[in-house]
Write a protein that binds this ligand. Structure first.
Ligand SMILES: [Zn+2]
Length: 194
């Protein structure tokens, strides 16, 4: 048996989710979102993203080709847990990620393609065991889509540039947005501000 800290499509996974204090629970907000932004496009082509520099500041809007690799390539490039989360839509075990207790100022970049997806500015302690944010660093840099896996209806959040699964978003977050982006540490790389 592989020593991975995530398991997909396994009966105990569901039990785990429902007993983890509603952590990445079943609250869906897909129906509240306007049409047009609710699809995680997987069409190869170009995407518009916002770039951020080492000082955390926006450097501009750019149109870039999507990052597309084969499953074998991703498997080779990523650690087992990062592969499982980002390319297989897995979820790391609560309290297992190294981003959880990061309180430095910096950017959280997609582990697969390195675009900035979240900032420490919007990180908060949700008490769930997963790094949580009240908004992405730029709406352009993430995609959201309805996820009906595991017998629940949730909104999955992925990287706009490479389609990496990052986590889910729920409507029980703090002000000013009321949103809780419940992310996986394994999907991101933290870069301290220069
Ligand atoms: Zn990415």
């Amino acid at each position: 048996m592989r020593d991975l800290s995530v398991r997909r499509h396994h009966p105990s996974r569901r039990a785990f989710l429902f007993t983890s204090t509603g952590a990445c629970g079943a609250l869906a907000l897909w129906s509240l979102r306007p049409p047009g932004i609710a699809s995680a496009a997987s069409i190869p082509g170009m995407v518009t993203i916002i770039q951020f520099g080492a000082n955390g500041k926006k450097t501009g809007k750019v149109v870039v080709p999507k990052v597309v690799k084969s499953d074998a390539e991703w498997r080779q490039l990523l650690s087992p847990i990062s592969y499982e989360v980002t390319r297989q839509a897995g979820t790391e075990r609560a309290y297992s990620g190294d981003s959880l207790n990061i309180h430095d100022r910096g950017l959280f970049r997609c582990i697969c393609c390195d675009i900035a997806v979240f900032s420490s500015e919007t990180k908060f302690d949700s008490g769930t065991g997963w790094p949580s944010f009240w908004q992405p660093i730029a709406r352009e840099n993430v995609a959201e889509a309805t996820d009906r896996s595991l017998g629940m209806e949730r909104t999955a959040v992925s990287c706009r540039q490479c389609d990496a699964h990052l986590g889910h978003v729920f409507t029980d977050g703090p002000p000013p947005t009321g949103l809780r982006y419940c992310m996986n540490s394994a999907a991101m790389r933290f870069v301290k501000l220069a």
